[in-house]
Design a binder for this molecule. Sequence first.
Ligand code: CP
Ligand code: NVA
Length: 335
Amino acid sequence: TSPFAPRHLLSIADLTPAELTTLVRNASSHKTAIKSGSVPKNLLGSLSGKTVAMMFNKRSTRTRVSTEAAVATMGGHAMFLGKDDIQLGVNESLYDTSLIISSMTSCMVARVGDHSEVADLAKHSSVPVINALSNDYHPLQTIADFLTIYEAFPSSSRSLGGTPGLGLEGLKIAWIGDSNNVLFDLAIGALKLGVNISVASPKGFTIPPAMLEIINSSTSGVSSPGKLTQTHVPEEAIKDADILVTDTWVSMGQEAEKVKRMKAFDGYQITNELAKRGGANEGWKFMHCLPRHPEEVADEVFYGPRSLVFQEGENRLWAAISALEGFVVNKGKIA
Ligand code: CP
Ligand code: NVA
């Protein structure tokens, strides 16, 4: 790598706890400022004259709209390149694609299948690459998720006021469902921020050993990391949880396994009854990255008063602004 190698955001594992905290805090303060009508000076025109290439091999609502809106807010141009528009891993090597696109733009935001595809783009890119979802990670979602948790569980409400971090230490997340990309980055972020996470998934759908190793080793150097536990029993994960989370049982690219998966996840639907039976904390909240299907969470929860899902969705915009500021405007210096 050259001395000018850019810094990329491929996974939350790339961030220190302090950097993740800063990205969430900046997202929060930009949200407050922009919603009250003023774009902060350091953001205004910060991407002026710059192009952000958005290379998406899979469908997207939130990631696409939040990234385009973030770039517009910062005065830049977002260039959306769908899977039939460019040669991304088809008919041209990722090496060639990366060299060409990075020579003409200021950032590549890429949604791919295999994580190696976005890692390859990053390896050869002269500009920052931001992972917009791979089969292994979804860092922009995790930043938005911790912003949502930060808003819903202010440290003042748990006598942690004045802490330099986000003050989320000791909270417990229960993930009920598939062990997937969204979970992996959420778990890495949780452990880094001192948040405990308990994962309930059926046999055959637990966290693969190599990923478990990555998640657990991402806490090296963290003074009081959160703890990750796994079970096959949803009620066990839910015990004393503050936040119940799930995602689709059939991620993009797994469509052929749909029948098998629906069967395997029978009994994992999040309902008020399940939360009660499991013994979730009284003030429990529900989160989901979306898109949502009724099988993984009942309407009464998804559209109910405990649901944070639409706030969480909106927070993708503030997370995107914060990530672009950190990785493109400030070139990875996230103080
Ligand atoms: N949560 C999320 O990434 O949604 P999209 O797939 O619609 O971008
Ligand atoms: N796990 C889902 C997340 C979509 C945002 C998928 O990979 O399809």
